[in-house]
Design a protein around this ligand. Structure first.
Ligand SMILES: Nc1ncnc2c1ncn2[C@@H]1O[C@H](COP(=O)(O)OP(=O)(O)O)[C@@H](O)[C@H]1O
Ligand SMILES: [Mg+2]
Length: 264
């Protein structure tokens, strides 16, 4: 369900979300958020008719221009929440607002790039804007610069590494002036160099534009170093929301206690 921002704020005023809030999270009910979800629920019904809740009353708020990460164990609902924010799934109730245009970047780098060269791929989505050749060239150049791929303009995409393909996909979204990037475990299939390259590309894109907001799903704790804020989920619920270093400490303590239990 998509609503405009003012409608979201009116509809949600009587009931504040049940969040455990930490650190620099801003006040609720301000207009300065690029992404907001309130009391989102999502479920599926199996073929046997069994009702399976997947997201349970999830709320989140991500300030404009910031790089946030969404963490949680496998199966905790991260991808489902991201797909709801992207508009690929509809929640059964709750409210969602995401600034537009928005772009969802998938996990598998080979599903991202469609054109034969880097330049053609980044320019691919610009056809709908009625731009001059010069404007297209300029947008493609700026977007590739933001992700550190300027030197690859004429390269055939099949010669790129997985991380470079992800960066080209992100450049495509930036060229289209996307305000929100929704990125689902982009570094899963990448080696360490590529992984750092992609995350730095996102960080740099946000720092150079100030208008782009990114939500990055990951299971790698070390990636939290690049984040302005974070959200931690377990079993379909948002457990923590706010300061990235606080969430890192929380997850480390969780892991340590789990290891202690196993040893005991
Ligand atoms: N279409 C579906 N049908 C049944 N179960 C689903 C469906 N989509 C997701 N799930 C279940 O919901 C839970 C959350 O999935 P997902 O959002 O992919 O988690 P994550 O991305 O955190 O690993 C998982 O247990 C998954 O098996
Ligand atoms: Mg997932």
């Amino acid at each position: 369900m998509q609503m405009n921002h003012s409608a979201l704020i009116c509809a949600c005023t009587p009931q504040l979300p049940r969040l455990r809030s930490m650190g620099p999270t801003r006040n609720f009910l301000t207009e300065n958020f690029a992404i907001e979800g309130r009391n989102l629920n999502y479920s599926v019904t199996t073929r046997q008719g069994k009702f399976v809740p997947i997201l349970k009353d999830c709320s989140l708020q991500i300030p404009s221009g910031q790089f946030w990460m969404l963490l949680g164990p496998n199966g905790s609902g991260k991808s489902t929440l991201l797909k709801i924010l992207a508009g690929l799934l509809n929640p059964i109730d709750g409210f969602v607002y995401v600034k537009k245009p928005k772009s969802f970047v998938f996990q598998n780098p080979d599903h991202q790039v469609v054109m034969p060269t880097v330049e053609a791929d980044v320019a691919f989505g610009l056809g709908k804007f009625n731009l001059t050749r010069e404007e297209i060239r300029s947008r493609v150049g700026k977007a590739l610069n933001a992700v550190g791929m300027s030197d690859y303009l004429q390269r055939p995409v099949q010669t790129l590494s997985g991380g470079q393909k992800q960066r080209v996909a992100i450049a495509g979204a930036l060229a289209e002036a996307c305000k929100v990037l929704l990125l689902d475990e982009l570094t899963t299939f990448l080696d360490e160099n590529d992984q750092i390259g992609v995350i730095k590309a996102v960080r740099n894109s946000l720092d150079s534009s100030k208008e782009v907001t990114a939500l990055w799903v990951t299971h790698r704790l070390e990636e939290l170093d690049y984040a302005d804020g974070a959200i931690y989920m377990e079993d379909g619920r948002v457990i923590m929301h706010g300061d990235a270093s606080g969430i890192m400490d929380f997850i480390k303590a969780r892991q340590a206690s789990y290891i202690n239990q196993i040893n005991a």
